[in-house]
Design a protein. Sequence first.
Length: 439
Amino acid sequence: MRLCSTLLLLATLAAGFTIAASRFARDTPTEAWAERQAEHNSTAYILPPAKLQQAVALSRVRRTLDLADALWTPAQLLLLLALGAAERMGRIAVGLAKGRWAQAFSFVFVLLLATHLLNLPLDVYAHRSALRYGLSVQGWGSWLGDIAKTFTLEWLIGGLLVLLLFWIIRKSPTRWWFWFWIPAALTVIAGVFVTPYAIDPMFNKFEPLAKADPALVQRLEQIVARGGLSIPPQRMFLMQASAKSTELNAYVTGFGASKRVVVWDTTIVRCTPDQIGFIFAHEMGHYALGHVVLGIALTCIALLPLLWLGYHAVRALLRRYGAAWGIPSQQDWGALVVMLLVLTTLTTLSDPIANAFSRAIEHNADVYGEEALHGIVADPQAAAREAFQTLGEDSLDDPSPHPLFECWFDTHPPLRWRAAFAEAYNPWAAGQHPKYFAH
């Protein structure tokens, strides 16, 4: 059976790499040349001295928070185990109710309460920094309200998943990692589908983009037609981000019937129509290149080896430290903390791989976005570069991020490099060839 499990994992990983490789065309000569030019271009994205000083200081804050989160998340779980708090949480859950349903939700509630309180200093520092640097205008009351909503969602969804997990563990103590993978993957798929309908409106207000700016929708429809796609105005939304944030953004979310493009109202206020066109075309690239479906598929595939490794690591830790932690069996509620410790550690260690994949996706969307503007705006290169300049100035993006932090934590290529690539990339010049569009 161990051989069969290993072969299944290898086949799963091979399928993941095959899917990923099939979605990425090799760099064209034009693209490769522009990438080389971008490496040596330090003037495509620059900040005035005052903003540069702020950007560098804010970058230190962001990196401190990134590193603190990566270290503190597993550390706090280890602390709960070492101090016996996880075992006491299990006893509290069992003491409150005899039914497994009530025990599961009680345990998850207490555990979430403990971790949220332990994370609160970092969360407060992060929000205070966003207010200090003018990136947020959200009051503390609204901010706490969002934390309460997040807590409630985590409790309800997490409680159901934990109940199911421990039921599967009781039924199949040595194969639960596989049987739980199936509902876990289905939860990922359902979550992506439902989020635009049920989750996002809990935190922000949305309205049809056609209602807020019909002229912009007409312009964006030109870009859609250029890409040969079908993104009707009914799937273009404006998010009222200005109620909480001053930053600029746009994104794609959902899939199938729930897939949509969302543009923040701050983006419309601060960016020119050509810049918005590029930002939209970039997001449309995620549609056209299948990035949402690809991300879902690879996430579901990666869950299997992650759970398999988690199963073996949890067993090893309980054999070595279970008695000291007061958690003798993986069927005890406290074993959930051990599982979370293992999974968060594995996730943190795998972040460089996941983020490298994300940066590749974002770069491909940049290429697609610039090519999609050809014939619609006068200068696609300028539109893309200026969009990055505006985004960088608004979010105080450091032009010279540290390479190690970039590798480990950043999901997008550095803004300086993206602006420089946009400036250099011109597949419509004589003798050059676009990657995604015919001449």
